[in-house]
Design a binder for this molecule. Structure first.
Ligand code: SF4
Length: 364
């Protein structure tokens, strides 16, 4: 690392590399510099050094299914192509029997994790979710359940007039094992007012995550990028995640999600993301979020080839098979709605890394 530092021409990047070598955190100003530098190779080398220190040559993937239980949502965020009003012809809400059939079908493919997210549907009370999870556990008792975003938990608490802590307790009793990181989008109030004006604020999202961590649940954190946000707003977003993590240590994985705009009401104000931009964002995130152990490059969002490449630029996880995913595909993601386990293994092996199958718990 020391020899490598001497070869970096950019003074600020060199100073960041010195911090990385001494295991000191990068500052907010460093992050902004990293998010705007054109020197992605030096940035990538630093990120890869950190990723290798954390995980060696292991690269994680999972075999799971998505359960998008309803597309009916009160909020109808402009960023969302998935949601519908209840009266729409293609609105749906899965009955518990339909859900069970899907899970049984996916169990026959060998899944060991169910990833559950859906719309904010006022007809679904907390008992529906408790029953849903218990029925999944009856099908396969050791199934790992990554269930519901911070936005859904906040809604469950308000809709059922139950304190948030009680919602977590009841769903943990039923079998929820971890939370996905969705709904974070970009914390900036300016951005949220345009892309998701009715969604909980960034401040509330962080409060819900704090409560989840205090309840003993580990969670992911996401960033939705490449729409109308600025580098400063991305830097602020990552900084808030890192600050909460310093207190709770409950974030397991950071997951940047590239924005797909088809059929949404806010067509991106910029062209689709580039490999250059993706690499810069992932590498900067790995360096800045030194206290979040995993960085996920979801193949379904960034594409398989990019996910594989990002394994050498800070990422250590390419995501899972995601049978039945609906949300990002509704917004035009061109990837298939699932990748086979052997395909994900091949992507990792051809990047000269060791595939490690896991769930969101990262227990091997
Ligand atoms: S993004 Fe989530 S909260 Fe917003 S409309 Fe879509 S499903 Fe509802």
């Amino acid at each position: 690392m020391t020899e490598f530092i001497d070869t970096i021409h950019d003074k600020t990047l060199r100073a960041i590399a010195e911090k990385v070598a001494q295991e000191r955190p990068a500052s907010d100003a460093d992050l902004l510099h990293m998010l705007t530098t054109n020197d992605i190779l030096d940035l990538g080398s630093m990120a890869h050094h950190l990723r290798t220190n954390l995980h060696g040559d292991h690269a994680f993937y999972g075999v799971n299914m998505n359960l998008n239980y309803t597309n009916v949502c009160e909020l109808r965020c402009p960023l969302c192509a998935f949601s519908r009003d209840e009266k729409d012809a293609d609105a749906y809400t899965l009955s518990l029997d339909e859900m069970e059939d899907k899970v049984r079908d996916a169990v026959s493919f060998g899944i060991d994790e169910v990833h559950i997210v859906g719309g904010l549907n006022p007809l679904l009370k907390l008992e529906y979710f408790e029953d849903m999870i218990r029925r999944i556990k009856e099908i396969k008792p050791d199934m790992f359940i990554v269930g519901f975003t911070a936005v859904e938990y906040d809604y469950f608490a308000r809709l059922n007039h139950i304190p948030l802590r009680e919602v977590f307790r009841r769903l943990m009793d039923a079998g929820v094992g971890a939370l996905p990181g969705g709904g974070a989008e970009v914390f900036s109030p300016r951005v949220r007012a345009i892309i998701a004006p009715k969604k909980i604020s960034g401040k509330r999202w962080l409060e819900v995550m704090r409560t989840a961590h205090e309840a003993g649940l580990e969670t992911n954190a996401t960033l939705l990028y490449n729409h109308i946000e600025t580098p400063e707003e991305i830097a602020d977003h990552l900084s808030r995640i890192r600050s909460l993590q310093n207190e709770t240590h409950g974030f397991k994985t950071f997951v940047p999600l590239v924005y797909h705009d088809k059929k949404t009401q806010i067509p991106a104000k910029r062209p689709s993301t580039t490999g250059f931009g993706d690499i810069r964002l992932y590498a900067a995130s790995r360096i800045f979020l030194h206290n979040v152990p995993h960085l996920k490059a979801l193949w379904m969002y960034v594409g398989e080839k990019m996910a594989q490449t990002l394994l050498h630029f800070g990422a250590d996880d390419i995501g899972a098979t995601y049978h039945y995913e609906k949300v990002v595909h509704a917004a035009g993601a061109p990837t298939p709605d699932y990748g086979s386990e052997s395909h994900l293994q091949r992507l990792i092996e051809s990047a000269r890394m060791k595939p490690v199958r896991t769930t969101a718990s990262y227990k091997l």
